[in-house]
Ligand binder design. Structure first.
Ligand code: FAD
Length: 360
């Protein structure tokens, strides 16, 4: 075996597709129960039409598959799982699942992958590892004082149960991104009251389709790439782009609810103490604080730079020859993951052939 690909989300599958075309012998491992990467775990009310749009993976059209042709009103978690499952079958990607990789170590030019109990693959060795494990398993946790004192219901983005659970409750939504806006929009229709807390006032831009909108996206990807090349922690995408004026944004504005309150001083048992000392009484809080890259399984390889980031040059982890990250930083969307996958596969091939030095 030449390559172990860890993670069968869009990033891992796109790289696997190109590696197959280059003739690599590969094993794709995934922790999840089924196809679809993180999409299979998204909350049920997130329909395909409510996402920012998913770009097709390489070879999808040729296999008669497409995200953009799929029914916009169906839950994304169902549609994406179906399409990705058909894609895996069309290109014989034979994903081994469930197979959660707990640790990756390296000795004598080979990586050893140890998997969790119950995995269909107990242990694996390979000269190259492409890790494409996304961020879904690493939601950022609140650092607000008093969080443990809050007696109400607390959920984060991955555990968001749908709006019905918040009927009749006073709900705080914390976070400045699109997920927070989506939760606020849904929950505000059933809750007794909502409050939106953000660290900085969100910048909302109206122009989502023109060159200006595209430039914002490019600038955000460039900022992620620059941080990855420097080995710095990745910046927040929304902080660099702002928030597009999506239908939820427009609905909230029309209802007079698009007002972010500065982060509270602390949580207390029955709510949130705000900057002026008063307490906003709450029964529930939704933490939508974004995500960090899921890289715990790579910690034995010592990939971190002193600042906590990982130095990555065109998918290649500079500190560890033979280890590549897919879907990391600027590749964390369907469009950029699909674009980068071919180059990642070439880098793997060049490493295996010994035709290109590893970056330093
Ligand atoms: P994932 O889809 O997370 O796939 C990673 C895979 O790795 C998973 O299948 C997981 O089971 C597996 N895995 C993780 N750890 C291990 C391990 N240790 N061992 C084995 N397997 C492991 N992007 C868009 O382009 N358009 C959108 O509309 C869009 N909407 C989004 C909405 C939300 C709410 C969020 C959070 C993100 C959205 N994104 C969107 C960005 C999105 O994260 C990516 O598009 C996509 O999910 C990332 O794909 P990925 O392959 O990198 O990771």
């Amino acid at each position: 075996m030449d390559v172990a690909v860890i993670g069968a989300g869009q990033a891992g599958l796109a790289v696997a597709y190109h590696l197959r075309h280059l003739g690599a012998r590969l094993t794709v491992l995934d922790a999840g129960p089924g196809a679809g990467g993180a999409w299979q775990h998204r909350w049920p009310s997130l329909t395909l039409g409510r996402t920012h749009a998913l770009a097709d993976l390489p070879g999808m059209r040729e296999a008669g598959l497409s995200f953009s042709d799929a029914a916009a009103g169906r839950p994304a978690r169902e549609v994406v799982a179906e399409i990705m499952s058909a894609y895996e079958a069309a290109y014989d990607l034979a994903v081994a699942r469930p197979a959660r990789v707990d640790s990756v170590s390296r000795s004598g030019g080979f990586f050893t992958l140890e998997t969790a109990p119950g995995s269909v693959v107990p242990r694996l060795e390979a000269p190259v590892v492409v890790s494409a494990t996304g961020t879904w398993t690493r939601p950022r946790t609140p650092d607000l004082p008093g969080v443990d004192d809050f007696a109400g219901l607390q959920v984060d983005t991955p555990s968001y149960p749908g709006a019905a659970r918040f009927a009749g409750l006073r709900v705080a939504v914390v976070g400045g991104g699109l997920s927070a806006i989506g939760f606020l929009d849904e929950v505000s229709t059933v809750a007794a009251g909502v409050r939106w807390y953000t660290r900085r006032p969100p910048r909302i831009f109206e122009d989502t389709t023109s060159e200006l909108g595209l430039n914002r996206g490019r600038a955000a990807v460039a900022a992620q790439d620059t941080a990855a090349r420097a080995g710095e922690p990745l910046p927040s995408i929304v902080a660099s782009t702002g928030i597009p004026s999506t239908p939820p944004v427009r609905r909230l504005r029309a209802k007079g609810l698009l007002h972010a309150t500065p982060m509270p001083r602390r949580a207390v048992a029955d709510g949130f103490q705000e900057q002026d000392g008063t307490v906003w009484q709450a029964d529930a809080v939704i933490w939508a604080l974004g995500f960090s890259p899921a890289l715990d399984h790579l910690e034995p390889l010592g990939i971190r730079e002193p600042g906590g980031g990982v130095k990555v040059d065109d998918s290649r982890v500079v500190k560890v020859p033979g280890l590549l990250l897919a879907g990391y930083g600027g590749q964390a969307s369907t469009i950029s993951a699909a674009r980068a996958a071919r180059r990642t596969a070439w880098r793997v091939s060049a490493f295996l052939d010994g035709t290109e030095p590893w970056p330093v």
